[in-house]
Ligand binder design. Sequence first.
Ligand SMILES: Cc1cc2nc3c(=O)[nH]c(=O)nc-3n(C[C@H](O)[C@H](O)[C@H](O)COP(=O)(O)OP(=O)(O)OC[C@H]3O[C@@H](n4cnc5c(N)ncnc54)[C@H](O)[C@@H]3O)c2cc1C
Length: 381
Amino acid sequence: MEFDFTPEQIQLRKSVREFAEQEIRPNVLHWDENSLFPLGAIKHAGQLGFLGAIFPEDLGGAGLGYIEYAIIIEELARVDPSVGLIVAAHNSLCTNHIFIAGSDEQRRRYIPKLATGEWIGSWSLTESESGSDAAGMRTKAVKDGSCWVINGSKVFTTNAGYADVCVAMAVTDRAASHHGVSAFILENGVPGFRFGKKENKLGMRASATGEVVFTDCRVPESQLLGKPGEGFVDALRILDGGRISIAALAVGTAQGAYEAALKYSLQRQQFGRPISEFQSIQNKLADMATEIDAARLLTYRAGWMKDQGRRVTKESAMAKLFSSEVAVRATNEALQIHGGYGFLKDYPVEKFYRDVKLCTIGEGTSEIQRLVIARQLLKTQ
Ligand SMILES: Cc1cc2nc3c(=O)[nH]c(=O)nc-3n(C[C@H](O)[C@H](O)[C@H](O)COP(=O)(O)OP(=O)(O)OC[C@H]3O[C@@H](n4cnc5c(N)ncnc54)[C@H](O)[C@@H]3O)c2cc1C
């Protein structure tokens, strides 16, 4: 076993941290309060390779693995979880779906532009009537000559409104159930495809979340992604990798909140001494640090396994479940350590506390992660 990062991974963490401190930190509150999508910073992140972390260099990617990808998301989330979420949805959902299921031609057309941030990607599975039960979607695509005609709508699409490319799932054969959903690549500007309502959210406010609407959207066969009918099965494989990034997002958010709380506890004086000298504050810090470390280990274990080409359905669900729940607890305790000041926007913990909740919901709720884990456990018996 090897628990140390390589010198290259340490250097990567340093570079992402510098980027986050210099280009994100000064804007966090402004972006959050005004729900501003940080397009300039995202484009720069693309130039630095953060938007193409897990894709090969010959397709314009950084040629890194999931450990490095987790480092990137963790470091971005440590400063602004919204930015981590934008990068995660772009990398491991949209671009990775094209990488895993796309033809050579599709890979060559889309991945270089997505991996460098020239284009931004989004991925639409969820609908208003089908969230956890994603296969119950109603959006459908019907073959008409050499084209597909898509009708329906999606909700909760991250990067909606800013994405140049959207990978969307639609029913192509209702009778075939899980093998009757296909994936399509939509380019912004295609007639019949538009982004709808932008949601006004509790947290992750700099990341845009919105509706995607299809009205007689006619696309050529070349836009079908993967085998017809296998879009949902492919989506589950995509989520196996994506959940590692949500776990990293949770770890980074928890780390940011923990660091803020540690610093505050050393500065804040009550009863004539820093509050860090009170045992109940020390207990909180000790629990936070221990749980965050455990969450980080589960996350990097899942990333390591993915890099070995192993199946990570159980391990990525475990990492996502544990890290997101740890992060909710850690941000809560970080706010508590700040007392009344934690309730104010003058301190960063208030935002971590709001942002973190997404981690127990996006890419499958905690309840669904338990279901996925239990299924894997029972399968082995
Ligand atoms: C900020 C944000 C960004 C998102 N980004 C994207 C995106 O880019 N693309 C995309 O496709 N989706 C995205 N989502 C959607 C997200 O994946 C769904 O919200 C999530 O899967 C839950 O679906 P739901 O909201 O419809 O909740 P529901 O499925 O209605 O769940 C409601 C409650 O019931 C529980 N529940 C449901 N079924 C079961 C069951 N079988 N057993 C036990 N409990 C159950 C759930 O755990 C939850 O507590 C995003 C969501 C948010 C909030």
